[in-house]
Design a protein around this ligand. Structure first.
Ligand SMILES: [Cu+2]
Length: 98
C-alpha cells in the first residue's frame, strides 16, 4: 500500500498505529529506558526527545544528557530498531536497553 501524502521523516517509516490517539491510552503504558551515547547538553536532550517522540505510540520522552539515559513512555512495546533509527537521526547512538 503506497504511503501517498504522508510527510514522514526519512529514517522512520510510518506505521499503522500513527493514527491512534496520543495520551489517551487506556491500555497499560510501557516505559522503556535506553542508554544513548553522545548527548552532552540540553540541545542534545531536545534533539533526541523530538526524534523519539515522533515515533508512533510514543507519548513521553525524557532524555538526560548527564547520564545518557532516555526514558520512553509508549502505548505498547517499542520497536527497538525504530528507536535506534530515531536516535541515529538525531545524531546520537543507541547503545542498548538501560
Ligand atoms: Cu548538546
Amino acid at each position: 500500500m503506497p504511503l501517498g501524502g504522508i510527510n514522514w521523516r526519512h529514517a522512520a517509516p510510518p506505521r499503522e498505529r500513527r493514527d491512534q490517539n496520543r495520551g489517551t491510552a487506556m491500555t497499560t503504558a510501557t516505559t522503556t529506558t535506553y542508554q544513548v551515547s553522545g548527548m552532552s547538553c540540553g540541545h542534545c536532550e531536545g534533539a533526541v526527545s523530538a526524534e523519539v517522540g515522533a515515533l508512533p505510540g510514543v507519548t513521553e520522552v525524557t532524555a538526560t544528557a548527564t547520564t545518557g539515559l532516555v526514558t520512553v513512555v509508549s502505548e505498547g512495546p517499542l520497536d527497538d530498531d525504530a528507536v535506534r533509527a530515531a536516535v541515529d537521526e538525531a545524531g546520537y547512538e543507541l547503545v542498548g536497553p538501560a
